[in-house]
Design a protein around this ligand. Sequence first.
Ligand SMILES: C[S@@+](CC[C@H](N)C(=O)[O-])C[C@H]1O[C@@H](n2cnc3c(N)ncnc32)[C@H](O)[C@@H]1O
Length: 262
Amino acid sequence: MAMKKEEIHKGVSEFYAGLIKEEASDGCTSCCSPEAGTTCCGPEASTGIAESVGYTKQDLETVPAEATGSSFGCGNPLAFAEVNEGESILDLGSGGGIDCFIAADRVGKSGKVIGLDMTEEMIEKATKTAAENGYDNVEFRFGKIEEMPVDSASVDWVISNCVINLSPEKRDVFGEAFRVLRPGGHILISDVVAEDLPAEMREDISAWASCVSGAVTEGEYLGMIRDAGFEQVEIVDRLDYVQTSEQQPYKLASIRVKAIKT
Ligand SMILES: C[S@@+](CC[C@H](N)C(=O)[O-])C[C@H]1O[C@@H](n2cnc3c(N)ncnc32)[C@H](O)[C@@H]1O
Protein backbone atom coordinates (compact mmCIF):
# COMPACT_ATOMS: atom_id res chain seq x y z
CA MET A 1 0.00 0.00 0.00
CA ALA A 2 1.38 3.43 -0.93
CA MET A 3 2.61 5.64 1.91
CA LYS A 4 0.30 8.55 2.71
CA LYS A 5 1.57 12.05 1.99
CA GLU A 6 1.40 12.97 5.71
CA GLU A 7 3.62 9.97 6.56
CA ILE A 8 6.14 11.07 3.93
CA HIS A 9 6.23 14.67 5.15
CA LYS A 10 6.64 13.53 8.76
CA GLY A 11 9.31 10.93 7.92
CA VAL A 12 11.29 13.33 5.74
CA SER A 13 11.13 16.15 8.28
CA GLU A 14 12.20 13.86 11.15
CA PHE A 15 15.09 12.58 9.03
CA TYR A 16 16.45 16.11 8.38
CA ALA A 17 15.81 17.25 11.96
CA GLY A 18 17.85 14.20 13.01
CA LEU A 19 20.74 15.20 10.75
CA ILE A 20 20.90 18.64 12.34
CA LYS A 21 20.88 17.13 15.84
CA GLU A 22 23.58 14.63 14.81
CA GLU A 23 25.68 17.45 13.46
CA ALA A 24 25.25 19.44 16.67
CA SER A 25 26.41 16.50 18.77
CA ASP A 26 29.46 15.33 16.78
CA GLY A 27 30.03 17.85 14.01
CA CYS A 28 29.24 15.28 11.31
CA THR A 29 26.37 14.93 8.89
CA SER A 30 25.16 12.39 6.36
CA CYS A 31 24.90 13.78 2.88
CA CYS A 32 22.13 13.65 0.33
CA SER A 33 24.59 13.85 -2.53
CA PRO A 34 26.03 11.59 -5.20
CA GLU A 35 27.61 9.64 -2.37
CA ALA A 36 24.31 9.49 -0.46
CA GLY A 37 24.80 8.05 2.96
CA THR A 38 28.43 9.03 3.34
CA THR A 39 29.49 10.97 6.38
CA CYS A 40 31.02 14.43 6.13
CA CYS A 41 33.11 15.43 9.11
CA GLY A 42 34.79 18.79 9.54
CA PRO A 43 35.07 21.84 7.31
CA GLU A 44 37.42 20.28 4.76
CA ALA A 45 35.24 17.24 4.21
CA SER A 46 32.08 19.33 3.84
CA THR A 47 33.81 21.76 1.45
CA GLY A 48 35.03 18.77 -0.57
CA ILE A 49 31.52 17.34 -0.81
CA ALA A 50 30.13 20.76 -1.75
CA GLU A 51 32.70 21.13 -4.54
CA SER A 52 31.92 17.63 -5.81
CA VAL A 53 28.26 18.57 -6.39
CA GLY A 54 29.09 21.74 -8.33
CA TYR A 55 29.94 24.65 -6.01
CA THR A 56 33.01 26.65 -6.96
CA LYS A 57 35.72 27.66 -4.50
CA GLN A 58 34.58 31.24 -5.05
CA ASP A 59 30.97 30.36 -4.05
CA LEU A 60 32.17 28.61 -0.94
CA GLU A 61 34.59 31.35 0.16
CA THR A 62 31.74 33.72 0.94
CA VAL A 63 29.27 31.24 2.46
CA PRO A 64 29.19 30.90 6.26
CA ALA A 65 30.96 27.66 7.31
CA GLU A 66 27.86 26.64 9.30
CA ALA A 67 25.87 26.51 6.04
CA THR A 68 28.52 24.61 4.07
CA GLY A 69 28.65 22.08 6.89
CA SER A 70 24.87 21.55 6.64
CA SER A 71 24.70 21.22 2.87
CA PHE A 72 22.53 18.31 1.74
CA GLY A 73 22.10 19.18 -1.93
CA CYS A 74 22.95 17.37 -5.14
CA GLY A 75 24.01 20.35 -7.25
CA ASN A 76 24.47 24.09 -7.37
CA PRO A 77 21.29 25.54 -8.88
CA LEU A 78 22.69 29.06 -9.09
CA ALA A 79 25.62 27.95 -11.24
CA PHE A 80 23.37 28.45 -14.26
CA ALA A 81 21.63 31.67 -13.25
CA GLU A 82 22.28 35.16 -14.51
CA VAL A 83 20.99 36.71 -11.30
CA ASN A 84 21.04 40.52 -11.06
CA GLU A 85 21.36 42.82 -8.09
CA GLY A 86 18.02 43.79 -6.61
CA GLU A 87 16.21 40.60 -7.68
CA SER A 88 14.25 38.26 -5.42
CA ILE A 89 14.91 34.54 -5.04
CA LEU A 90 12.87 31.81 -3.36
CA ASP A 91 14.69 28.60 -2.36
CA LEU A 92 12.42 25.56 -1.94
CA GLY A 93 13.60 23.29 0.89
CA SER A 94 16.39 25.63 1.94
CA GLY A 95 17.80 23.39 4.69
CA GLY A 96 20.88 24.94 6.35
CA GLY A 97 20.73 27.78 3.82
CA ILE A 98 23.79 27.30 1.60
CA ASP A 99 22.04 28.33 -1.63
CA CYS A 100 20.25 31.22 0.09
CA PHE A 101 23.56 32.70 1.26
CA ILE A 102 25.09 32.37 -2.22
CA ALA A 103 21.92 33.96 -3.64
CA ALA A 104 22.04 36.76 -1.06
CA ASP A 105 25.55 37.73 -2.16
CA ARG A 106 24.39 37.82 -5.81
CA VAL A 107 21.24 39.95 -5.29
CA GLY A 108 22.97 42.31 -2.85
CA LYS A 109 21.45 44.55 -0.20
CA SER A 110 18.70 45.76 -2.54
CA GLY A 111 17.59 42.19 -3.30
CA LYS A 112 15.72 39.65 -1.22
CA VAL A 113 16.04 35.91 -0.60
CA ILE A 114 13.46 33.65 1.04
CA GLY A 115 14.33 30.13 2.16
CA LEU A 116 11.30 27.90 2.68
CA ASP A 117 11.48 24.66 4.67
CA MET A 118 9.08 22.42 6.62
CA THR A 119 11.67 21.31 9.21
CA GLU A 120 11.76 23.65 12.19
CA GLU A 121 15.32 22.67 13.11
CA MET A 122 16.50 23.72 9.64
CA ILE A 123 14.68 27.07 9.87
CA GLU A 124 16.16 27.71 13.32
CA LYS A 125 19.69 26.81 12.26
CA ALA A 126 19.60 28.84 9.03
CA THR A 127 18.03 31.86 10.78
CA LYS A 128 20.78 31.78 13.42
CA THR A 129 23.47 31.55 10.74
CA ALA A 130 21.95 34.53 8.90
CA ALA A 131 21.80 36.64 12.07
CA GLU A 132 25.33 35.75 13.17
CA ASN A 133 26.78 36.55 9.74
CA GLY A 134 24.89 39.79 9.07
CA TYR A 135 22.63 38.61 6.24
CA ASP A 136 19.79 41.18 6.39
CA ASN A 137 18.49 40.30 2.94
CA VAL A 138 17.64 36.64 3.74
CA GLU A 139 14.54 35.38 5.50
CA PHE A 140 13.88 31.74 6.40
CA ARG A 141 10.19 30.88 6.37
CA PHE A 142 8.52 27.77 7.79
CA GLY A 143 6.14 26.00 5.40
CA LYS A 144 5.57 23.34 2.81
CA ILE A 145 6.57 23.67 -0.81
CA GLU A 146 3.25 22.15 -1.91
CA GLU A 147 1.42 25.13 -0.36
CA MET A 148 3.88 27.99 -0.29
CA PRO A 149 3.33 30.86 2.17
CA VAL A 150 4.48 33.27 -0.54
CA ASP A 151 2.55 35.92 -2.51
CA SER A 152 1.61 35.28 -6.12
CA ALA A 153 3.85 36.81 -8.81
CA SER A 154 6.30 38.08 -6.18
CA VAL A 155 9.71 36.51 -7.01
CA ASP A 156 12.14 36.56 -9.96
CA TRP A 157 13.73 33.15 -9.39
CA VAL A 158 12.62 29.91 -7.78
CA ILE A 159 15.56 27.66 -7.01
CA SER A 160 15.72 24.28 -5.30
CA ASN A 161 18.44 21.78 -4.50
CA CYS A 162 17.60 18.12 -4.00
CA VAL A 163 14.16 18.66 -2.50
CA ILE A 164 11.30 18.21 -4.99
CA ASN A 165 12.10 14.48 -5.29
CA LEU A 166 11.12 14.30 -1.59
CA SER A 167 7.62 15.65 -2.20
CA PRO A 168 4.69 13.25 -2.49
CA GLU A 169 2.86 15.93 -4.55
CA LYS A 170 5.34 17.17 -7.13
CA ARG A 171 2.65 18.57 -9.45
CA ASP A 172 1.47 20.87 -6.64
CA VAL A 173 5.05 22.05 -6.10
CA PHE A 174 5.55 23.01 -9.76
CA GLY A 175 2.09 24.64 -9.81
CA GLU A 176 3.00 26.72 -6.77
CA ALA A 177 6.38 27.65 -8.26
CA PHE A 178 4.53 28.94 -11.32
CA ARG A 179 2.11 30.94 -9.15
CA VAL A 180 4.76 32.74 -7.07
CA LEU A 181 6.99 33.67 -10.03
CA ARG A 182 6.62 36.99 -11.82
CA PRO A 183 6.10 36.77 -15.58
CA GLY A 184 9.60 36.41 -17.06
CA GLY A 185 10.79 34.62 -13.90
CA HIS A 186 12.72 31.34 -13.96
CA ILE A 187 12.95 28.10 -12.07
CA LEU A 188 16.40 26.56 -11.65
CA ILE A 189 16.38 23.18 -10.02
CA SER A 190 18.96 20.57 -9.09
CA ASP A 191 17.29 17.27 -8.33
CA VAL A 192 17.43 13.50 -8.51
CA VAL A 193 15.62 11.40 -11.11
CA ALA A 194 15.41 7.61 -11.26
CA GLU A 195 14.75 4.75 -13.63
CA ASP A 196 13.47 1.29 -12.74
CA LEU A 197 13.09 1.79 -9.00
CA PRO A 198 11.79 -1.42 -7.40
CA ALA A 199 8.17 -0.92 -6.25
CA GLU A 200 8.94 -2.00 -2.67
CA MET A 201 11.47 0.83 -2.33
CA ARG A 202 8.62 3.32 -2.69
CA GLU A 203 7.42 2.09 0.72
CA ASP A 204 10.75 2.66 2.46
CA ILE A 205 10.68 6.03 4.21
CA SER A 206 14.41 6.13 4.94
CA ALA A 207 15.20 5.53 1.24
CA TRP A 208 12.61 8.21 0.42
CA ALA A 209 14.20 10.71 2.83
CA SER A 210 17.63 9.92 1.35
CA CYS A 211 16.46 11.27 -2.05
CA VAL A 212 15.96 7.87 -3.72
CA SER A 213 12.44 6.44 -3.46
CA GLY A 214 10.53 9.63 -4.22
CA ALA A 215 12.43 10.21 -7.46
CA VAL A 216 10.50 9.92 -10.73
CA THR A 217 11.81 9.46 -14.25
CA GLU A 218 13.37 12.37 -16.13
CA GLY A 219 10.47 12.28 -18.62
CA GLU A 220 7.85 12.48 -15.86
CA TYR A 221 9.78 15.26 -14.12
CA LEU A 222 10.07 17.47 -17.20
CA GLY A 223 6.45 16.68 -18.14
CA MET A 224 5.19 17.96 -14.77
CA ILE A 225 7.15 21.21 -15.21
CA ARG A 226 5.62 21.75 -18.67
CA ASP A 227 2.13 20.86 -17.40
CA ALA A 228 2.46 23.56 -14.72
CA GLY A 229 2.75 26.13 -17.54
CA PHE A 230 6.52 26.60 -17.83
CA GLU A 231 8.19 27.04 -21.21
CA GLN A 232 11.71 26.51 -22.57
CA VAL A 233 12.15 23.59 -20.19
CA GLU A 234 15.70 22.34 -20.59
CA ILE A 235 18.29 20.25 -18.80
CA VAL A 236 21.34 22.50 -18.58
CA ASP A 237 23.64 20.04 -16.88
CA ARG A 238 23.71 16.64 -15.32
CA LEU A 239 26.03 15.09 -12.80
CA ASP A 240 26.90 11.69 -14.15
CA TYR A 241 26.81 9.59 -11.09
CA VAL A 242 24.35 7.10 -12.45
CA GLN A 243 24.28 4.28 -9.95
CA THR A 244 23.43 0.76 -10.90
CA SER A 245 23.90 -2.33 -8.86
CA GLU A 246 23.46 -6.02 -9.53
CA GLN A 247 21.37 -6.50 -6.40
CA GLN A 248 19.16 -3.46 -6.98
CA PRO A 249 19.11 -2.77 -10.71
CA TYR A 250 17.92 0.83 -10.75
CA LYS A 251 19.57 4.03 -11.90
CA LEU A 252 19.76 7.46 -10.29
CA ALA A 253 20.95 10.70 -11.86
CA SER A 254 21.22 14.28 -10.72
CA ILE A 255 19.96 16.89 -13.20
CA ARG A 256 19.83 20.70 -13.43
CA VAL A 257 16.63 21.98 -15.01
CA LYS A 258 15.88 25.52 -16.13
CA ALA A 259 12.50 26.86 -17.34
CA ILE A 260 10.70 30.17 -17.70
CA LYS A 261 7.25 31.54 -16.86
CA THR A 262 6.57 33.73 -19.89
C1 LIG B 1 18.15 17.10 0.92
S1 LIG B 1 17.79 18.47 1.97
C2 LIG B 1 18.37 19.81 0.94
C3 LIG B 1 18.57 21.08 1.71
C4 LIG B 1 19.18 22.23 0.92
N1 LIG B 1 18.43 22.51 -0.28
C5 LIG B 1 20.63 21.96 0.58
O1 LIG B 1 20.97 21.92 -0.61
O2 LIG B 1 21.43 21.77 1.51
C6 LIG B 1 16.04 18.59 1.85
C7 LIG B 1 15.39 19.73 2.63
O3 LIG B 1 14.08 19.93 2.11
C8 LIG B 1 13.15 20.06 3.15
N2 LIG B 1 11.87 19.55 2.63
C9 LIG B 1 11.62 18.31 2.15
N3 LIG B 1 10.35 18.21 1.73
C10 LIG B 1 9.77 19.43 1.95
C11 LIG B 1 8.47 19.94 1.73
N4 LIG B 1 7.50 19.19 1.22
N5 LIG B 1 8.23 21.23 2.08
C12 LIG B 1 9.22 22.01 2.62
N6 LIG B 1 10.47 21.56 2.86
C13 LIG B 1 10.75 20.28 2.52
C14 LIG B 1 13.73 19.24 4.27
O4 LIG B 1 13.24 19.66 5.52
C15 LIG B 1 15.22 19.49 4.12
O5 LIG B 1 15.64 20.61 4.82
